[in-house]
Write a protein that binds this ligand. Structure first.
Ligand SMILES: Cc1cc2nc3c(=O)[nH]c(=O)nc-3n(C[C@H](O)[C@H](O)[C@H](O)COP(=O)(O)OP(=O)(O)OC[C@H]3O[C@@H](n4cnc5c(N)ncnc54)[C@H](O)[C@@H]3O)c2cc1C
Length: 388
């Protein structure tokens, strides 16, 4: 990573760290960190220069998620969700003047995009929508039960799935982009949860109206496989790796502190700190290799849609989540009561509460059930080299 980007990320991480405790305690949007992300012009790194961005790769966005995850999980997760939606709208953009102007508006104003896929009681069945777009001349409207919508109240725009038309099947979906002045939100549920409290993932009735050109013409099915799933899973995994790294740092500091106080004698939890380091390095390697695999295919839609790649992406989401939880648990065991406390320098309480969300952000069980057939078809690797 070049120095300039590293310095800008460090500036945001410092602000995020300063406000992390109140974001968690008050379950509030990390406004200060996002003001700094905007000031550092990091909101649109995935957009090409022509739209006010920097034309950077998903690997750079992942570095940002990792760095922020170490200090404030919610800030990192919000940035990950936002960036995945930026990737969707720019990778699958229409070339209408209106849509290109929308992308410039996002980049120049460093806008924050929220994502609405969860609807009603449908859980993470992302590939089916109940609410449909209604076309009236050049205007489209949508009335949707957005039952989990992170930072909905603080977003500048919402990217939402929808049934193509009232006559369409639930799986015949499109992706639409609505700006703040296109929609109104009526709160339907609060976000009183154990972790990721700063994502403010409340429920809303979303009522939107925009121009026909704000609906991407590419079917959502393709956007889902080529951008939504890969970029979301990679950036979520980078965020979780960051959260795990933050916990490991605390475990290592704890062991050092005790060793100093006890003239070199290690605390009983020291081996757990070693296990935490070990599983963190496995997790980081997993994220790195998944990113490399994605980047090698990024400009080839067919390669992105290959069944083997899609299966691997899904399985890596599950592995990243499990490894991150395991890593944080090792860090917790390394610090003992100091980790169990909600206060103090070695508390792992927030990391543990936050990282458990990884198992249900698209439920791991749902993912495993969905890919079970393709896993059977794929068999096992012929040789070790195929594991690279
Ligand atoms: C921190 C965080 C942030 C999130 N942010 C967003 C976001 O910004 N946008 C977004 O769209 N989603 C968001 N989600 C939601 C996420 O994408 C998944 O939809 C959700 O986590 C899946 O939860 P689950 O495991 O309970 O669902 P699943 O296991 O996928 O589904 C639960 C199933 O249980 C059944 N069920 C559950 N409750 C009821 C009920 N009351 N009545 C009848 N049936 C029921 C339904 O059949 C449903 O299919 C977020 C989730 C988390 C944890």
């Amino acid at each position: 990573m070049e120095g300039d980007l590293a310095a800008r990320i460090a500036a945001v991480a410092a602000v995020a760290a300063r406000h992390a405790d109140t974001v968690d305690a008050d379950a509030r949007f990390p406004a200060e960190a996002f003001a700094e992300l905007k000031a550092q012009k990091l909101m649109a790194v995935l957009l090409p220069h022509v739209f006010g961005g920097e034309g950077r790769s998903v690997a750079d966005a992942a570095q940002i998620c990792y760095a922020l995850g170490k200090v404030c999980s919610s800030t990192s997760m919000i940035y990950a969700m936002h960036s995945a939606n930026v990737a969707c709208v720019v990778n699958h953009r229409d070339d209408s003047e209106h849509f290109l102007a929308c992308l410039r508006r996002i980049g120049v104003n460093q806008m924050l995009l929220a994502s609405s896929t969860t609807e009603g009681q449908n859980g993470a069945n992302v590939r089916a929508s109940a609410a449909s777009l209604v076309h009236t001349g050049d205007i489209v409207s949508l009335d949707r039960d957005a039952s989990v919508l992170s930072y909905g109240a603080d977003a500048d725009a919402i990217v939402t799935t929808a049934r193509r038309s009232p006559e369409s099947l639930p799986s015949d979906q499109v992706l639409a982009l609505f700006f703040h002045d296109d929609y109104s939100l009526q709160r339907t549920s609060k976000w009183d949860v154990m972790g990721m409290r700063g994502t403010c993932s409340e429920g809303f009735r979303l009522m939107a109206k925009g121009r026909r050109e704000q609906v991407l013409s590419e079917p959502y099915d393709r956007i889902h496989r080529r951008s939504m799933v890969p970029v979301t899973h990679l950036l979520w995994a980078a965020c979780w790796a960051g959260v795990a790294a933050g916990a490991v740092t605390r475990a290592q500091s704890f062991v050092r502190m005790v060793a100093r106080a006890q003239k070199g004698a290690l605390p009983p939890g020291a081996p757990c700190a070693t296990q935490a380091s070990l599983s963190l390095s496995t997790l980081v390697r997993l994220v790195d290799s998944a990113l490399a695999n994605y980047l090698a295919r990024a400009s080839d839609g067919k390669a992105l849609e290959e069944l083997g790649f899609q299966t691997e992406l899904n399985l890596r989401k599950v592995s990243a989540s499990e490894l991150a939880i395991t890593t944080v648990m090792h860090a917790f065991n390394a610090c003992g009561i100091a980790a169990y406390r909600n206060d103090g320098d070695f508390s792992v309480s927030r990391s543990l509460r936050d990282i458990l969300s990884s198992a249900i952000m698209i439920n791991n069980s749902r993912i495993l059930a969905n890919v079970s057939t393709s896993c059977l078809i794929g068999g096992v690797p012929d040789s070790l080299s195929r594991l690279q």
